[in-house]
Design a protein around this ligand. Structure first.
Ligand code: 2P0
Length: 358
């Protein structure tokens, strides 16, 4: 009980979550599948529960957040549940640092809220199952429920109104497909115009194509799991690209329309198809989230050529290569605050990829 620090990483979905059946409990209309990424896309979060604290405090990327803000309060609803589970009344101090560009289509909220579930429950003296951690993380952000596990992960939509059966499970560990890579092509790291939360709500309310998407997803998930189990990249790749397009189609069909893909994204789509045609089969597969950056899944031996091809596309500013990651880990040192509640001066040094604590 007291202070705990965890790191969790982003996950990039291949069968995507876009739409809720319950806004408060963050229950999805359909299941989804993702790979958890390695620690190049990570959040470190330290949590302290202490009777000495007068109020809950949340620091994100070095800035104290306004706890009266509705969005912040919603995202932190798991803290009160953790207090109830632990039977404590202590206030919490949360310090979180994202080590990658926030709000640019990277699922920074997923890594952050998964790290929060792990750190806060441990700091409160709880030893929770991955199902319980996944449910807590889900209450902060849907996709976060998948980041409490490493490898290939399924978020089961569940059918119960209380959400107790809506959590993530590992389908295969990272070691199942160790040669799988995500080559990320970053063209625009600016803040997105429509948040995922607002965008998906609008899609559910207005898109005439959305029911067709929901009807196709159960088979997609079955087929995708089979393709991963067989390590059948060609099948996995085709399903991944078609699914990305399906989600972006319902986004465009939303009223008013939502468009996360830009001209750079479209150039990448065409270039990957040309690349696959030259290779004589599907060896690279793009997927785009709620942003214009491409996540191009491929296998290790293809990375140098694919990375070169992507970096030469007009508008691509940076590429990075991620492996599949192992999931959250607890840190015994490198806390972002001290046991007396002092927030330590900290920053992410992009050049070295390290967190500097002074
Ligand atoms: C996903 N996305 O499956 C999909 C693909 C974006 C596109 O999950 O409202 O930040 O906090 O539950 O999890 C982004 O949505 O939304 C997302 P909330 P979240 O990764």
């Amino acid at each position: 009980m007291g202070l705990a620090t965890f790191e969790a990483t982003a996950n990039i979905a291949v069968a995507k979550y876009w739409g809720k059946r319950d806004e408060k409990l963050i229950l999805p209309k359909e299941g989804s599948l993702s790979f958890t990424m390695d620690d190049q896309l990570k959040t470190r979060t330290s949590v302290l529960f202490s009777p000495a604290l007068k109020e809950d405090e949340f620091w994100l990327n070095g800035k104290k957040m306004d706890m009266a803000d509705k969005d912040t309060a919603e995202r932190l609803q798991q803290i009160e549940i953790i207090r109830q589970k632990a039977g404590i009344k202590d206030k919490a101090k949360i310090v979180s640092l994202n080590c990658f560009p926030t709000a640019a289509g990277f699922a920074s909220s997923a890594a952050g809220l998964a790290a929060l579930a792990c750190a806060a429950s441990k700091a409160a003296g709880l030893d929770l199952s991955t199902e319980e951690l996944s449910i807590l993380a889900r209450l902060g952000s849907g996709s976060a429920c998948r980041s409490v596990l490493g490898g290939f992960v399924e978020w089961k939509k569940g059918i119960k109104p209380d959400g107790s059966d809506s959590y993530a499970e590992q389908i295969a560990p990272a070691s199942r497909w160790p040669e799988l890579r995500n080559v990320i092509a970053i063209g625009d790291s600016g803040k997105k115009k429509v948040s995922s939360r607002a965008g998906m709500k609008q899609t559910v309310a207005t898109s005439a194509l959305y029911p067709a998407r929901l009807a196709y997803m159960p088979k997609l998930i079955t087929d995708m799991k089979a393709a991963v189990a067989a390590k059948d990249f060609a099948k996995f790749g085709e399903l991944t690209m078609r699914e990305s397009s399906n989600m972006h189609a319902v986004m465009l069909d939303t009223w008013p329309p939502i468009m996360y893909l830009n001209d750079v994204s479209k150039r990448i789509i065409y270039a990957v198809h040309d690349y696959n045609a030259a290779a004589g089969g599907i060896v690279a597969a793009y997927t785009f989230d709620a942003g214009p950056n491409a996540h191009v899944y491929t296998t290790e031996e293809r990375v140098p050529a694919l990375r070169k091809m992507l970096s030469e596309i007009e508008g691509v500013e940076k590429t990075m290569v991620c492996k599949v990651g192992e999931g959250p880990k607890q840190l015994k040192e490198g806390h972002l605050l001290s046991p007396d509640g002092t927030v330590l001066k900290h920053r992410f040094d992009e050049a070295s990829g390290k967190i500097i604590i002074e």
